[in-house]
Design a protein around this ligand. Structure first.
Ligand code: ITT
Length: 233
């Protein structure tokens, strides 16, 4: 978990009919994620609110063994702390040659206080003896929706690729400069925000979550409560 927070930079504030809609807390302290989620969720019938805007200073220990457990944990803790329906994202990079690492530890891979550059250096160092043919990897994202007193629903997206020999590109965030999309011949950091959103793990998960959020009554009805929280919650 990173320590800085941001305001939601874009996103809808009103429903199609011009009526103000209910708030949806987008609970991440990663500014790169927040930017992407706000843009990907442009058509949901809710007013997107950041942790800063909601005045939530709670933090979450990501103790889950899976992306799904951590996404549900974050969404549930922030929903309870804010009293708002909450969307949280847990995501990361799985590298086959490293047995799936860094996985759920992607944000913590180079220790506390490390930045994206340090995490990429550690990854490339670990893979220095792995030839081009063995550098398969994927980004995985699980988005969880939770209500303050209810259950949670999850939506997953996966994006397959290869780990580069060296970083390339300046867009995106995190491991994007070392993640090659074979079909495009570019790293994720060489894509525009719209291109990334069209193929990324987060784009896929967000479109699935948005489809559910666009079902009339989904947020106010029993749909979320119908599925109990997982991950020991
Ligand atoms: P929150 O928990 O507050 O949302 P976080 O950065 O700690 O922020 P995660 O625990 O889900 O979030 O860690 C995800 C890490 O995986 C993230 O910090 C990046 O290093 C990496 N990651 C996730 N999505 C990525 C993407 O689209 N591009 C590049 N790296 C990504």
């Amino acid at each position: 978990m990173q320590s800085h927070t941001e305001r939601i930079p874009t996103g809808p504030t009103h429903a199609a009919g011009g009526q103000s809609t209910q708030p949806l807390l987008v609970a991440t302290r990663n500014p790169g994620k927040l930017r992407e989620l706000a843009s990907l969720l442009w058509d949901v019938p809710a007013r997107l609110v950041s942790l800063d805007e909601a005045g939530v200073d709670a933090t979450v220990d990501e103790t889950g063994a899976t992306f799904e457990e951590n996404a549900v944990l974050k969404a549930t803790v922030y929903a309870r702390a804010s009293g708002l329906t909450t969307l949280a994202d847990d995501s990361g990079l799985e590298v086959d040659a490293l047995g799936g690492d860094p996985g759920v530890r992607s944000a913590r891979y180079a220790g506390p206080g490390a930045d994206d550059a340090a995490r990429m250096r550690r990854l490339l160092h670990k893979l220095q003896k792995v030839p081009a043919g063995g550098r398969q990897a994927r980004f995985r994202c699980v988005i969880a929706l939770a209500q303050p007193h209810g259950g949670a629903r999850t939506f997953m997206g996966v994006c397959e690729g290869l780990i580069a020999d060296a970083p390339r590109g300046r867009n995106g965030f995190g491991y994007d400069p070392v993640f090659i999309l074979p079909g495009m011949g570019r790293t994720m950091a060489e894509l525009s925000a719209a291109e990334k959103g069209s193929v990324s793990h987060r784009g896929i998960a967000a479109r699935r979550a948005a489809a559910a959020l666009n079902i009339p009554g989904f947020l106010s009805g029993p749909a979320l409560a119908a599925r109990p929280c997982r991950g020991g919650l």
